[in-house]
Design a protein around this ligand. Structure first.
Ligand code: PRT
Ligand code: ZN
Length: 210
């Protein structure tokens, strides 16, 4: 049977938990910081270590059969993949936030305002759905400093503890999307027995944690 490929984050917030999950599934593999690919010795599986942003497209295009990535990244890249299993880690919420002294109190106050984000696709959908016309400023990082610099009136960003917002003098006022790490697969491959076996192992690891 054809060896499966699973794409996980190379380094960052999801890397460690993704590796731990696969190891807890009884998969045996080397995890060198420098390697981009690792072969599992006791299951027909290869692990690809990638930037999280690339994982949805790799799975959609069939370069990887499976992937572990945040739901926020899947929504932002608008790929067509199947959601196989929520994994219970990497939990966060995409929120709108403003400076503590801002006049903006609810989403309708965003009309005509500038919002900084690294998630323009998700934000645009949310604003359109709520009939709000705002100027989306896409920046790739350090979104939290943009209101203080006068670059935006509000931000739309990932929040987990809220500590980063607080230390930048910001307060959240609307939750838009909650997210956690999920196992995704290429559409049409759901009946592959190796994928079914792997999902069963993952589910029993998750059940044992409950
Ligand atoms: O290098 P690569 O592109 O692979 O990684 P990355 O830098 O794009 O992503 P990374 O490793 O930061 O996050 C990977 C995934 O973890 C995200 O896509 C989310 O699904 C999930 N996740 C969970 C988070 C957070 N929690 C989180 N708190 N991603 C980012 N943050 C950041 C947030 O952007 C903000 O700057 O942490 C800050 C806020 O944290 P709090 O705790 O202060 O609220
Ligand atoms: Zn990324």
């Amino acid at each position: 049977m054809k060896t499966l490929k699973i794409a996980i984050q190379k380094s960052g917030r999801l890397n460690e938990k993704s590796v731990e999950l696969l190891k807890n599934c009884g998969l045996s593999f080397e995890n060198y910081k420098s390697s981009l690919i690792s072969t599992v010795s006791n299951f027909p599986l290869e692990i690809l270590f990638l930037r999280d942003d690339d994982i949805p497209e790799y799975v959609q295009d069939g370069i990887a059969d499976l992937g572990i990535v945040g739901e926020n990244v899947i929504s932002e890249t608008e790929v067509d993949v199947s959601y196989l299993q929520k994994l219970g880690f990497g939990k966060c919420t995409l929120k709108l936030a403003v400076q503590n002294n801002s006049d903006i109190q609810n989403i309708n106050d965003l009309n005509g305002k500038a919002i900084a984000t690294s998630y323009p696709v998700i934000l645009k959908k949310f604003l359109d759905k709520n009939n709000i016309q705002a100027d989306i400023r896409t920046i790739s990082g350090s979104v939290e400093i943009s209101p203080g610099l006068g670059l935006s009136d509000a931000i739309f960003d990932i929040v987990s503890t809220g500590g980063t917002l607080k230390s930048n003098g910001l307060k959240p006022f609307a939750d838009v999307l909650s997210s956690e790490a999920v196992l995704i697969g290429r559409k049409g491959e759901e009946s592959n027995p190796l994928i079914i076996e792997l999902i069963q192992r993952i589910q029993s690891v998750l059940r044992a944690k409950e």
